[in-house]
Design a protein around this ligand. Structure first.
Ligand code: 5GP
Length: 179
């Protein structure tokens, strides 16, 4: 285990096994909906996206967007798109691929922004979900893991841009994380 981790939450094997289960659900649900676009939020969801899409045999297209966000304070969370999708998603079946849903501010903003482009459908698939931290109700159609209110890194998730390359998902030691 990496010395900066307090404990491992999910091993690479557990992550892959769960992704296979979620991919099977997505395959079932999208079998009759041609033209799937997986829209992933950079950078945290990249590892998840690549494993998820390899577990899917449906025809699909990939696209990316990047956002910057500011912590939700008294004025609410603020999110801005830094890099937009390249594809026109109007009339497409879009599955938004997230690394983690926490308060829900980021997801709420993304859903409002993308649904204004009139996709045929818009659903959400997240690797991690901290449901106990939710401040805004947001729809999460597919989730790999529900996790406790602790700061998690690895498998794409960072702390100050580090730890993304850890193959497992783990809780960062509180001496290192200053949240
Ligand atoms: P929300 O807008 O739902 O509060 O926040 C979502 C964003 O917060 C995620 O995309 C991620 O950047 C960040 N975040 C929330 N919890 C964690 C965590 O445990 N680990 C990491 N690395 N990022 C987190």
């Amino acid at each position: 285990m990496h010395p900066d981790l307090e404990r491992v939450l999910f091993t690479p094997q557990q992550i892959q096994a769960r992704i296979a289960e979620v991919a099977a659900e997505i395959e079932r649900d999208y079998a009759s909906r041609p033209g799937l676009v997986l829209a992933a939020v950079l950078k945290g969801s990249v590892f998840f996206l690549t494993d998820l899409c390899r577990a899917l045999s449906l025809p699909l297209r990939l696209d990316f967007l990047a956002i910057s966000s500011f912590s939700p304070g008294a004025g609410g969370g603020r999110v801005r798109i830094e890099k937009d999708l390249d594809l026109d998603i109007s009339g497409q079946h879009v599955l938004l691929v997230e690394d983690i849903v926490d308060t829900g501010f980021t997801l709420r903003y993304l859903l409002e922004t993308l649904s204004a482009r009139r996709p045929e459908s818009l659903q959400v698939c997240t690797l991690l979900d901290k449901t106990s931290r939710r401040l805004l109700p947001v729809p999460v159609h597919y989730r790999c893991f529900e996790i406790p209110d602790r700061f998690v890194v690895g498998y794409g998730l960072d702390y100050q841009q580090l730890y993304r390359n850890l193959p497992c998902l783990g809780i960062l030691r509180s001496g290192i994380f200053r949240g």
